[in-house]
Every structure is written in structure tokens, then in C-alpha cells.
Design a binder for this molecule. Structure first.
Ligand code: BTN
Length: 321
């Protein structure tokens, strides 16, 4: 976490002497020099000016807990327990640990990087440091497991709303909950059920990963983009993005508990990238045209035999190539 503190001091892009930085952080000048070298090795461009000090050249978008909290309405700020970490295995795993330990009833975990980021279907989620948003909320949803139908689709709607508040429009949702722009994936959602509490409340971890500044990564096998690449005119701040997502997610949950997913069906449907496309699933056994979702959030495919509903998690749908 130390280099994040150093970088936050350099973020004003002025020249800072090694001595002033050392004093501000309560460490030696040698320690500052080492942190500068480490940040440079991680790809942050810092100019060393002989006899004067250090100056940040790269544009940084640091995660700062206080900035996230400041962007939340006071009521939300007081409800959540926010943890911002420099590195973690997976924010979903950390939120689950916090829920289990009874540490918090509404944990929100955000990390600068993940060492074991999880994707859907047991895949890995590329999670380089300093570039993207990795955010997990530990939610308690009323109504038992049956109430969870449509929850993961609901989260897609909430994230899409959050992005719209920041100026990003034209977002596509790929069933069940991938976030797309111009046929490229920029975000994914992983919902993990934690367990049922007394009185039918269910605890779930809602993990949201959004590519923000990332321009290169290895091991991703589908077209992808980052927010900054897709909407270059917006000044993307991970802190503002995190606050907008938390605001929207916590805003939709009560309505969802009350009315179920059907209250959000039309909004989801308006962003459906599968609609009218030739689709296939079950290795080609199921083929037909995308017809949108039903009130429970199943995807409907019009096959030669009629309308077949596909449940989230059962099979993956693909556009026929
Ligand atoms: C997908 O496969 O599309 C879902 C990806 C979900 C990734 C996010 S990043 C934050 C949270 N922590 C994880 O380990 N996974 C989710």
C-alpha cells in the first residue's frame, strides 16, 4: 500500500523532493527511492530531476476510499463497510470472508488488483493492478433462494444505469449479465450465493469487474475494450465509477425484493444484444432466434420446435457464426 500513498502525493504532478516525500510518509529517503523504482517497474512514469526530486508523468487514477465515500449519498455512506485494498486474491472471496466472520452486514470490497480474479464458469478474470475496477458487494436479499431469480440480470441493469450517469450510453447486455459496447465486452458480473439466513434472507456476493483504462492483456479469448478506449471523451475515475455502481446496485435491490425482476424486464430487454440474432447452445443441439427474456430472466430462443427458455447457468448461448 506504500507506493499508493507515494503516488497519491505525486498525483498533483508537481516536483517533490525526496526529503519532503520521506518526511510526509515517515520513511527514509532510501525507502522513497526504492518505492519510486518499484512504481517505475510497474509501469508508472516518474521523472527524476537531479537535485530537485521526482515528478509524475503518467496519468493516474488511484483508488481512494475517502473519495469513493465522498461521492456517495450520506445514507449509503453510513450503510456500507468499504474496504479498499491494494491487492487481494478475489474481491468476491474477501467479501465472503467478511460476511462469514460477521465483520459486516454490507461489505463493499474494492481492490486495485486481484491475484485470483474469478470469472463465470470457473474462468479466470484478468485483473492487472491499477487499471480496472474490481468490486464486490455482500448483499442480503429477502425472500429465500427463489427470490434470486433474475438477480444477476438486475445487476447488469444497475451497472448500465451507473455508467449512464457518468455519460456512457449505448451499452449492450449479453445474457445473462455481460456488459458490451460495439460487440466488445468491457465488464462482467459474478454472483455467488453465500447461504440462507434465518427468515429466508439470502446472502449473495455480487462481483463486478469493469475494464477501465486497460489497453492490453494476455489470455482473454474474446473481443474486449475498456471504458477509456470506448468512451475517450469521458474522464474516467475509478472512485466515481465505484460510487456510481454502489449507488445504483443498492438503489435497485429494494424494488427487486418488492416486485421481482419483472420490474426491470423492459429495461434489460432494451439493451439485449442477442435479440433477433441466430443463436445456438448445448453444442449446437439448440438453435434458433433470440427472443428476449421472460419475467424470471430466462432467455427465450425460438427454435423449429417452438419457444425454448434457457436458464442462466444452464448453458451458454452464442451467436451462430
Ligand atoms: C465474467 O466472467 O464475466 C464475470 C467476471 C466477474 C469479475 C469480477 S471482478 C470483481 C469480482 N471478484 C472476482 O473474483 N470476480 C468478480
Amino acid at each position: 500500500m506504500k507506493s499508493a500513498t507515494l503516488l497519491s502525493l505525486l498525483q498533483d504532478r508537481r516536483v517533490h523532493s525526496g526529503e519532503a516525500l520521506a518526511r510526509a510518509l515517515g520513511v527514509s529517503r532510501t525507502a522513497i527511492w526504492k518505492q519510486i523504482r518499484r512504481a517505475q517497474a510497474e509501469g508508472v512514469e516518474i521523472r527524476t530531476i537531479r537535485g530537485q526530486g521526482y515528478q509524475l508523468v503518467s496519468t493516474l487514477d488511484l483508488l481512494v476510499a475517502d473519495d469513493i465515500l465522498a461521492s456517495l449519498a450520506p445514507e449509503l455512506r453510513n450503510r456500507i463497510d468499504l474496504t479498499v485494498l491494494s491487492d487481494v486474491d478475489s474481491t468476491n472471496a474477501e467479501a465472503a470472508r467478511q460476511l462469514k466472520a460477521g465483520q459486516s452486514s454490507l461489505p463493499v470490497v474494492i481492490a486495485d488488483g486481484q491475484t485470483e480474479g474469478r470469472g463465470r464458469r470457473g474462468r479466470n478474470w484478468a485483473s492487472p493492478r491499477g487499471e480496472n475496477l474490481y468490486l464486490s458487494l455482500g448483499l442480503t436479499v429477502q425472500g429465500g433462494f427463489s427470490a434470486l431469480e433474475g438477480l444477476s440480470l438486475l445487476l447488469g441493469v444497475a451497472v448500465s444505469r451507473a455508467l449512464a450517469t457518468l455519460g456512457a450510453t449505448g451499452i449492450g447486455l449479453k445474457w445473462p449479465n455481460d456488459l458490451f459496447a460495439d460487440n466488445k465486452k468491457f465488464g462482467g458480473i459474478l454472483v455467488e450465493i453465500q447461504g440462507e439466513l434465518q427468515e429466508g434472507d439470502v446472502q449473495v456476493i455480487a462481483g463486478i469487474g469493469i475494464n477501465v483504462h486497460m489497453t492490453q492483456v494476455s489470455g482473454v479469448d474474446q473481443p474486449w475494450v475498456g471504458l477509456a478506449g470506448q468512451w475517450p471523451d469521458i474522464q474516467w475515475s475509478r472512485n466515481e465509477l465505484a460510487a456510481a455502481i454502489v449507488t445504483q446496485v443498492l438503489g435497485v435491490v429494494p424494488e427487486f425484493e418488492d416486485q421481482g425482476f419483472q420490474a426491470f424486464c423492459d429495461e434489460w430487454q432494451a439493451q439485449d444484444i442477442f435479440f433477433g440474432k441466430d443463436l445456438m447452445a448445448r453444442g449446437g443441439d439448440l438453435q434458433g432466434q433470440g427472443c428476449g427474456i421472460d419475467a424470471s430472466g430466462n432467455y427465450q430462443v425460438m427454435t423449429a420446435q417452438g419457444l425454448v427458455p434457457v436458464r442462466a447457468g444452464d448453458i451458454s448461448l452464442r451467436v451462430q457464426s
